[in-house]
Design a protein around this ligand. Sequence first.
Ligand SMILES: *[C@@H]1O[C@H](CO)[C@@H](O)[C@H](O)[C@H]1NC(C)=O
Ligand SMILES: *[C@@H]1O[C@H](CO)[C@@H](O)[C@H](O)[C@H]1NC(C)=O
Length: 358
Amino acid sequence: MASLLALFAPSPPPPLSTDYSGTQFAWRFLVFRPALFVPQAILLLGVLLYLAIALYGKHRNQRTADALYNALHPLLARNFSAPASSSGLIPDGPTDFFVFSTGRRAVASLHTFLWQLYDLRYQPRDHLTLDFLLDADAAAALPDFVWAVINKSELTTIKDNRWDLTFTRTTEHSSLPPMFSIMSEFADVSDALFKLHLSPSTTLSTLLATPPSLTYLRSLSITDQPHERPQLAASYVAEKHTSKRVFLDISIPKQPSDILPLVDAVFALVDILAAGKVSLRPETKAKIRKVREDIEKEIREEEIREKKEEAAEDKKAAKRKAEQDKIARLSPVEQKKLLERNQKRALKKSQAKVVRKA
Ligand SMILES: *[C@@H]1O[C@H](CO)[C@@H](O)[C@H](O)[C@H]1NC(C)=O
Ligand SMILES: *[C@@H]1O[C@H](CO)[C@@H](O)[C@H](O)[C@H]1NC(C)=O
């Protein structure tokens, strides 16, 4: 600190070295030689550039988010009695925004997120996700299953943060454009879903083959399982009938209104699912039920195992503590003796090991 203050205290100017040939500015006894400050200048420039990029990025994100919000809001407003909270689009960190909508039949809530993800190559990718949580009636009308259609470019990463999709196998489907894959538990589920009419002229497969889907769709999933693996069997059972959702993940369009037909169709899809239009074969339903029962058992067993391990760990710690307490109560001489005895024992053990190795 003292040396820092000394920097600001008036002091005789340091003698200037004479072997400087660059430009210099002099005023009375102050001499400024720019060539000596090149590293600092570069550093300062770097910091300024970083700030400019961060500010520009923030501004750009806000603008993108606002444009999307303005495009989506009329649709949300027509569908929900509470399309957004009073503050509208809610920022959540420098790159993320969300809207929370409630008050619509079949839907308990809709979370619309706008967020940025860095992939393995650290390229930012903008996502717009609509997470429809079905209400209790809608959930009851829809059989249990996990199903998704996904752009192949997402295949390598999607299972990392979607535990529910680990239930599925990835396949191709003849009624889909080749850029998409299906993730399904059983073929019967895909067949039942592709038959659905979202409107008199659109089925799920024609929707997926039209431009907004082809350009923007990353994934569309219908799932009865949570995105994250539950730790407790009790919470798994409790959430069983309250976690059915339809999840749409798309990339951010240049022209926000481009995606409206797709979002609209997903609203229609939600209504059709809620109307009980998906019927699976009894064998499929039985198989799906079996998978869930097995998972529940697995989670329960793991929970018990962890509890046992914890208890054993606690017991060990208690034993160690009791031993230490006992030693602490001994006299210094006795403590020394004990220490020597333990060292001897450890030495003998290590020698025995060496002998056995040899
Ligand atoms: C939801 O919005 C879409 C798009 O504007 C509209 O076609 C549909 O009728 C709305 N649904 C309800 C239930 O209001
Ligand atoms: C879908 O995949 C193709 C390549 O398979 C890729 O070029 C395109 O960007 C992907 N679309 C989205 C929305 O991720």
